[in-house]
Design a protein around this ligand. Structure first.
Ligand code: CA
Length: 223
């Protein structure tokens, strides 16, 4: 799940980036409306969190420029007394709003509602051999063995599992699991694959995570 946070207040921006990353979301940030619009229009996000009062271009104008071509759900952040801008936000196609200061738990709840809305028909449980991934509870088991994953390992597993039996390239993985500031020259993808594989495929178990040399990775049970 990829989220764009457009917010000029450094503290709020970093707080959201850290909090959402800990929940396993991949988070890009923009500090003004111009950068925000550029990212929102060119990169496929699952949700955009958009402040209304922004330098460069305000949140309402940004939303007007996005709609109707970009349909990504948008949660607006509004000041307490800005009732008019809240109404305007809904008229321009905002999906939800939060009044500042807001609780992080409430934001998470709204995010869950919005992302469920979009993916109601998407699977919430994936089974590959004896591997079971519960995408909602974010729980992974293999047979009776519980597998504890970090947020990044889980995000990587989810990307591979949703495309199971297909080869997923390092470029696609990088784009879906890491944020835009990610340095592609590092071997972080390989290192994360290695850690994930060590947790998934233990001695004596059929291997599920395969490397296809020069192409990428595939998650499948091979007979
Ligand atoms: Ca602001």
């Amino acid at each position: 799940m990829k989220i764009l946070v457009i917010e000029d207040e450094l503290k709020t921006r970093e707080y959201l980036k850290q909090g959402l990353s800990e929940q396993g979301y991949v988070v890009d940030t923009a500090a003004d409306g111009i950068d925000g619009l550029h990212l929102a229009a060119n990169i496929g996000y699952d949700v955009i969190i958009l402040d209304i009062m922004l330098p460069g271009m305000d949140g309402i104008s940004l939303l007007k420029s996005l709609r109707p071509s970009v349909k990504t759900p948008v949660i607006m952040l509004t000041a307490k007394d800005a009732l008019n801008s809240r109404l305007e936000a809904f008229n321009c196609g905002a999906d939800d709003y939060l009044i500042k200061p807001f609780s992080f738990l409430e934001l998470l709840a709204r995010l869950q509602v919005i992302t469920q809305r979009g993916r109601s028909k998407e699977e919430t449980n994936i089974y590959i051999g004896d591997l079971h991934i519960d995408l909602l509870a974010r729980r992974v088991t293999r047979g009776k063995r519980r597998i504890d994953l970090t947020a990044k390992e889980f995000a990587l597993l989810e990307v591979l599992a949703r495309r199971r039996a297909q080869i997923v390239s390092k470029t696609v993985i990088t784009e879906l699991v890491w944020d835009i500031c990610f340095d592609t020259n590092t071997n972080v993808v390989e290192a994360t694959i290695k850690r994930l594989r060590a947790k998934l495929d233990q001695d004596g178990e059929p291997k599920l995570l395969h490397t296809i040399r020069g192409m990428g990775y595939v998650l499948e049970l091979r007979s």
